[in-house]
Design a protein around this ligand. Structure first.
Ligand code: MN
Length: 367
């Protein structure tokens, strides 16, 4: 959809409705947030459920609610004179305040207040300043920072069966059944979801579902930091943190368009079996992998091999074979140079294109 370059950061993002009937994900990307240096950035992914109203609202207003806090704005402006501890105290307080304030505002949206709209949304946001990376997570979307090829910082999902979450839910008079809050909601922290936030005598962060984010902080290391990934559970359902770091790191050696890489991740997740909406933002730091001619050569050889194999398989069946069977036959081949973390699933679009070119008629009927 777009990519940009400022302060040495580049980003790309992509989203796909996938197999779901509705698209409830939303995102935001702001390089150069107001009142700050133009290198301070904010990125976030929101995964809505039971409708898209809350997630859409969050993508438009969360940063403004956070910025409204003086603690946040001042600590960020003084990052070079404050100690890490002092700065983080202000930032965390400000972000928490922003989440709580936004949740109160959401409750007052007429359709939400009337109970007609019961939607909720997870939120994973990343603030990138000169010196730090701060991930704030509420729910089961996830942020993963890749440093020298490996996940070095990753948020943990708020699942109802996690011990501290379960304790809060039970203290609020609820229960965790089939790993869901009251047997129903699969995530234990979210914005919105006011059906789960009406327990008398309990504060906003003590309810069955809490809007409180958890923080993950890393000092930036310009020589080592490669890229940050924010994505919703539709991606993480089928990709581990390690796999996504390997896959994206590999694709960065093949081409430099981050939006294309985002699309490749999402296509790969679709073919790995994800049934959900999918959204992803990749933020590349100056030390992200660069296009590498040796990797490009291996990729070209792999593509040539795939093209040859697909031709052979189709010819062996007298031009009468479904795409699914072609793919099945390729699984059994020992292919060299498949992208790590993505495997054959990441080449499925390429395989499909060759198939359609060779068998345009069957291609139309069966794909
Ligand atoms: Mn989802």
């Amino acid at each position: 959809m777009c990519s940009s370059d400022l302060g040495g950061l580049r980003y790309g993002l992509s989203s796909m409705q996938g197999w779901r009937i509705e698209m409830e994900d939303a995102h935001s990307a702001v390089i150069g947030i107001p009142d700050q240096k133009d290198t301070v950035s904010w990125f976030a992914v929101f995964d809505g459920h039971a409708g898209g109203r809350v997630s859409a609202h969050c993508s438009h207003h969360l940063l403004d609610c956070i910025r409204a806090s003086d603690e946040f704005t001042c600590s960020l402006q003084q990052e070079h004179s404050l100690s890490q501890e002092e700065m983080m105290e202000g930032i965390k307080k400000g972000i928490l305040r922003g989440f709580l304030e936004l949740d109160e505002k959401l409750r007052k949206i007429p359709e939400v207040a009337s109970g007609e709209d019961k939607s909720g949304s997870t939120a994973v946001g990343a603030l990138i300043s000169d010196k730090y990376l701060i991930i704030a997570n509420c729910g089961d979307s996830r942020g993963v920072m890749c440093v020298q090829g490996k996940p070095a910082l990753a948020s943990l999902d708020h699942k109802p069966s996690n011990e501290p979450e379960k304790e809060r839910i039970q203290n609020a008079g609820g229960s965790v059944m089939i790993q869901r809050v009251n047997g129903s909601l699969a995530v234990s922290r979210a914005l919105g979801d006011f059906e789960y936030k009406n327990v008398d005598g309990k504060g906003p962060t003590e309810q069955l579902v809490s809007p409180e984010p958890e923080f993950y902080i890393k000092e930036r290391e310009p020589e080592r930091d490669e890229f940050l990934v924010l994505a919703c559970d539709g991606v993480w359902d089928v990709m581990s943190n390690e796999e996504i770091c390997s896959f994206i790191g590999h694709r960065m050696k093949i081409h430099e368009n981050l939006e294309t890489i985002c699309n490749e991740v999402i296509d790969t997740c679709l073919y790995k079996g994800s049934r959900d909406n999918m959204s992803i933002i990749i933020i590349a730091f100056p030390s992200a992998p660069k296009v590498d001619q040796a990797a490009v050569k291996i990729e070209n050889e792999l593509n040539a091999t795939l093209e040859k194999k697909v031709n052979e398989i189709i010819a062996s069946k007298d031009n009468d074979i479904e795409l699914q069977m072609v793919h099945q036959r390729l699984v059994d081949e020992e292919l060299v140079g498949l992208p790590p973390g993505g495997g054959l699933a990441s080449k499925k679009v390429f395989i499909e294109d060759i198939y359609k070119k060779l068998l345009p008629e069957i291609g139309r009927a069966h794909v």
